[in-house]
Design a protein around this ligand. Structure first.
Ligand SMILES: Nc1nc2c(ncn2[C@@H]2O[C@H](COP(=O)(O)OP(=O)(O)OP(=O)(O)O)[C@@H](O)[C@H]2O)c(=O)[nH]1
Ligand SMILES: [Mg+2]
Length: 248
């Protein structure tokens, strides 16, 4: 898969360890994102939500647990639908997390104060979709990554029992090429014993360090147990509230 990249001189701060204390103290709160709401679903690029503000996209293999992870992070059941039949979510769904503060401007480079969104991307790797559906997926994703100026970070949802696959690597390559930080949720961690989950985390972490040093971070997550939600929110907020003026 090939993608032409938009020119971007923007610098993206690395995530992790950058969350201010006042923000950290808000975590765990029931109303971390009280304004969160569905905005729109796009089946084609012309239907994308207005490209201003800042957004983090959630990508992952079909059935990996993207929608479940979003529900837990936003702390609302049925916020992003959880699918019974894998591969059904073939649209790009846009959600507002925080509304713009009046007077803050609409540009992602303004950091805090602009509208902040999350985006549920259509799942990949589901064997049973038709050729035309696969083509549609490729075209929609390529258009999204090529065009989206407000994209400030990528969450990649990976089933801990599978580890990172070819499509996940494609996502990481996109993130790297766009100079956009990526954060991996190794989800369904409840399916493994503690030791095995830690071993999986260690393995993926090693792979990231070797192949994608500097762009990507990883954590354990369980939507079922709601484990890792605070860490995920910290990573998400770190991406959304990044400060472009930081030059180191
Ligand atoms: N045990 C366990 N099951 C999970 C977890 N997260 C998701 N699931 C289950 O995995 C299935 C798929 O979850 P979804 O959140 O719909 O996955 P998705 O990635 O959004 O799927 P598509 O949108 O179809 O690509 C559902 O049956 C969920 O209940 C988890 O952390 N633990
Ligand atoms: Mg889904």
């Amino acid at each position: 898969m090939h993608v032409t990249l938009r020119g971007s001189g923007a610098f993206y701060t690395k995530i992790g360890g950058t969350v201010p204390p006042e923000q950290a103290s808000r975590e765990g709160s029931m109303s971390h994102y009280p304004d969160a709401d569905f905005l729109t679903g796009a089946f084609q690029p012309g239907q994308f939500y207005a490209d201003t503000g800042a957004e983090v996209a959630f990508a992952g293999r079909s059935n990996a647990g993207k929608s479940s992870a979003i529900n837990v992070i936003v702390n609302r059941n049925n916020f992003a639908r959880v699918s019974k039949s894998p591969g059904r979510t073939q649209m790009i769904n846009f959600f507002v997390l925080r509304k713009a503060i009046a007077g803050a401007g609409g540009d992602a480079s303004a950091g805090e104060g602009v509208q902040q969104r999350i985006v549920d991307l259509p799942g990949y790797g589901f064997a049973k979709v038709t050729q035309s559906m696969q083509r549609h997926w490729r075209e929609l994703m390529t258009a999204y990554f090529e065009q989206r100026k407000s994209l400030v970070g990528l969450f990649i949802i990976v089933d801990i029992r599978r580890g990172i696959g070819d499509y996940d690597r494609q996502m990481l390559q996109w993130a790297e090429a766009l100079n956009c930080p990526a954060h991996i949720l190794l989800t369904k961690a409840d399916k493994l014993k503690r030791g095995a989950a830690k071993a999986a985390l260690f393995k993926v972490s090693g792979e990231l360090n070797t192949e994608f040093s500097g762009v990507a971070s990883v954590q354990l997550f369980s939507a079922l147990k709601r484990d890792g939600a605070d860490e995920a929110r910290r990573a998400l907020d770190g991406m959304l509230q990044r400060d472009d003026d930081t030059s180191a």
